[in-house]
Design a protein around this ligand. Structure first.
Ligand code: NAP
Length: 293
């Protein structure tokens, strides 16, 4: 048996369409054009291509992009001053500072400087705390995308055994909180976990956010499980390079019930969820009800 492939690209396109429709409605009814500021520092080529994709997506759904590309030698003080300016600008509803930052800038300080209401990355400790407390919060985009993908397979995640491999602030921890909010039974595994394969075999839902190419093997997966692969790893292959996930797809597809491909799974959902967060942030700041997307 071969698993159903969860087409993140198509699901993300549908979500972007819904965001565009809601943006048109907001603009017509309330003269509100959501604005997203994206700040890139330096010349990291992966970051440059993410930022280009984000800016293109923002413009395509009818939002207003504000793009800032600063040199690699930008000081922390200069970056903090830019964030303060964006915090105070009423046309900017969301602020995203692309990570990683150059070594002279402390990421935690920058994350904390973003107005929590404009924190569309959901990395500010206030939003992380609100999420963990079950209060409305701007949550990180990649975990939000993972939940949406899992829900294309399961109408409800309630009562399902979910294993999250990885405990980063960006993916693993917020994903665990979102799964708890969906009433799943959640286990979070990490590099110190003993017998990871045994934990995997119990998971109705398996989320891999490790950063190790093809690490999760097919025989670790519970037959019929839903596998959401967050990993993005570039590997050499016969003199060329290609992107693979954290799950050995060729093996897993034989055991899983449904699985995301890499690329074309979680990646496109991250940007679509950034647009949803920007819409939510704009509504929050305009004291309008949360958008229905
Ligand atoms: P990270 O901060 O490096 O965290 C990796 C996590 O994996 C850590 O919690 C680590 O455990 C755990 N880990 C490492 N080796 C392990 C092992 N042998 N067994 C079990 N757990 C292990 O990475 P991240 O930022 O969360 O990203 C994870 C992956 O997702 C990367 O490939 C990244 O490129 C990708 N990603 C994709 C998107 C997207 O849009 N698709 C977005 C963000 C990230 P410890 O905590 O014990 O060290």
């Amino acid at each position: 048996m071969s698993a159903r492939i969860i087409d993140g690209k198509a699901i993300a396109a549908g979500l972007r369409g819904a965001v565009a429709a809601e943006t048109r409605r907001l603009t017509a009814a309330h003269d509100l054009v959501p604005g997203l500021a994206v700040v890139l520092i330096g010349d990291n080529s992966a970051s440059q291509s993410y930022v280009r994709a984000k800016s293109r997506a923002v413009a395509e759904v009818g939002m207003r992009p504000f793009d800032y590309h600063l040199p690699a030698e930008t000081t922390e003080a200069d970056l903090l001053a830019l964030v303060q300016k964006l915090n105070a600008d009423p046309a900017v509803h969301g602020i995203l500072v692309q990570l990683p930052l150059p070594p002279q800038i402390e990421a935690a300080r920058v994350i904390c400087s973003v107005d929590p209401q404009k924190d569309v990355d959901g990395f500010h400790p206030l939003n992380a705390g609100r999420l963990a407390s079950g209060l409305p919060a701007l949550a990180p985009c990649t975990p939000l995308g993972c939940i949406r993908l899992a829900k294309t397979v399961h109408a409800s995640l309630a009562g399902l055994d979910a294993l999250v491999i990885g405990r980063s602030n960006i993916v693993g921890k917020p994903l665990a909180q979102l799964l708890l909010a969906e009433n799943a039974t959640v286990t979070v595994a990490h590099s110190r976990t003993r017998d990871l394969a045994a934990h995997c075999r119990r998971g109705d839902l398996l989320f891999a956010a490790i950063g190790r190419p093809e690490f999760v093997r097919g025989d670790w997966i519970k037959p019929g499980a839903t596998v959401i692969d967050v990993g993005i790893n570039r590997i050499g292959d016969n003199g060329k390079s290609r992107i693979v996930g954290d799950v050995n797809f060729a093996e897993a597809v034989k055991t899983a019930g449904a699985i995301t491909p890499v690329p074309g799974g979680v990646g496109p959902m991250t940007i679509a969820c950034l647009l949803v967060n920007t819409l939510r942030a704009a509504c929050m700041q305009a004291q309008l009800p949360a958008p229905e997307v």
